[in-house]
Design a protein around this ligand. Structure first.
Ligand code: ADP
Length: 154
């Protein structure tokens, strides 16, 4: 049975921190699906289509990673794509508090799925999509925080 992991998130935009988590997880899983969630409570800066197409470009070098989007519960999407693992990244203790809640509820909803956490590299711990959106909204250059293929139009 192949080990498929789902890496769900908003990825608004996808950062070098996200990329690192996915690439480092490839020694654990046969296939990783980066799944861009359509979350109606979040106001996004970049369209769903733009986010998906950037992430596809980031992983154009490997067929172990695919990219899709979904709406609804993450556990329902896990069933749909036959993922037995949910992959998440941890930067700080604040991330841990938040992720523990989601992870425990997901476990109650779908016991067959395990959430697997990978620690952010120290140099990625301060990088968040929120900060990048702030830089962009204020006319700054955020290119050092995102994979090279992601180019923001000025
Ligand atoms: P969400 O809207 O679900 O929080 P994000 O796109 O913000 O989605 O993050 C998706 C996952 O990536 C989360 O598990 C988050 O903790 C993790 N993550 C975010 N930024 C980084 C980073 N710089 N390094 C490692 N993991 C990160």
């Amino acid at each position: 049975m192949s080990r498929i992991a789902l890496f769900p998130g908003s990825f608004d935009p996808f950062t070098i921190g996200h990329e690192s988590i996915v690439r480092r997880s490839l020694s654990l899983f046969d296939h990783v699906i980066v799944a861009v969630g359509q979350n109606s409570t979040k106001a996004n800066l970049f369209s769903l289509q733009q986010r998906v197409s950037w992430i596809k470009e980031v992983f154009a070098d490997t067929d172990k990673v695919s990219v899709s989007s979904y709406s609804g519960l993450t556990v329902d999407y896990c069933k749909e794509v036959k993922a037995r693992f949910i992959l998440r990244g941890l930067r700080t203790s604040a991330d841990f508090g938040f992720e523990r809640g989601i992870g425990q509820v997901n476990k109650a909803l779908l016991p067959s799925v395990e959430t697997v956490f990978i620690l952010a590299l120290p140099e990625h711990s301060a990088i968040s999509s929120t900060i990048i959106r702030d830089i962009i909204r204020n006319g700054g250059n955020a290119s050092q925080f995102v994979p090279d293929v992601i180019k923001f139009d000025k």
